[in-house]
Design a protein around this ligand. Sequence first.
Ligand code: PBG
Length: 332
Amino acid sequence: MLPYQPAPFPLARPRRLRSSPWVRRLVAETTLTPADLIWPLIVHDGAEDRVPVASMPAVFRLSPKAAATAAVEARDLGIPMVALFPNVDGAIKDAVGTGATDPDGLIPDCIKAIKDAAPEIGVMTDVALDCYTDHGHDGVMEGDRIANDASLDRLAEQAFIHAHAGADVVAPSDMMDGRIQAVREALEANGFQETLILSYAAKFASAFYGPYRDAVGSSAMLKGDKKTYQMDYANSDEALKEVAMDLSEGADAVMVKPGMPYLDIVRRVAETFRVPTFAYQVSGEYSMMQASIANGWLDQDRAILETLHGFKRAGCAGVLTYFAPQAARLLG
Ligand code: PBG
């Protein structure tokens, strides 16, 4: 026999705190509830109430009436806010995105339908021109360049149109310099002091927007890419600069986008600024998970809750996710 010394007992045993469901619940450092969720709705001006989006399983393009029904569902599930994204077929797409500032357009129609059906729920809108332009960019173009300053007034007017129709939160997602100030000044000057601005402050040029661009019909239009205005994914300090600027220009809350590959940015922003920080689990993240779920490679319910909990752990106040209703049902 070899002279074997028995291994010592561990004194510190972290597993004690994991030994049963009740103790795991008791010591959980973060929580996820339906109140952490924002449900993005793709809306359209087509005749049908619900049209499936090919690139996003279980997501539908909704008519204003169907969007109102979804908002009622969201409210009943305890989801505080829906976010609207337009697919306009009826509006003419032009270089300056004229349809974006139509007071009788799709987004104003949807806001009003939702406010009639579920006045208790928050309505957030996307401020950007891409769904209304013939070039698919978020600002206006001069020649082959996205013209920053010429875009600001278009974006500010779009935000005003949304606020006037009853939007509670306008969310500029265009990444032009100075847009938060332009939007804030337009809101102040026109009597909308109380409208919130949730800025897409750190929005990265990302492959993960692909399915969304199909859903809203901007991918066929898009000329080139968005790298001259959306951030380079190599950067992190720059995200802090963008957030600092947007806060100083009057943003109430900020967003990091995409979500899962950018949780390091969420953490830095939340810790540095201590303001409500949101993240967007974008279409590509959603469809990537749905594809695995459809193949039986991922367990739907567990994967949804685990990814959404990750956002909370990173420091998010809330998450925009196409899984919002499923998640709220699981949590309810
Ligand atoms: C447009 C906008 C985009 C998304 C939200 N608003 C796409 C883009 O910038 O090209 C992406 C949403 C998603 O992928 O789920 N300004």
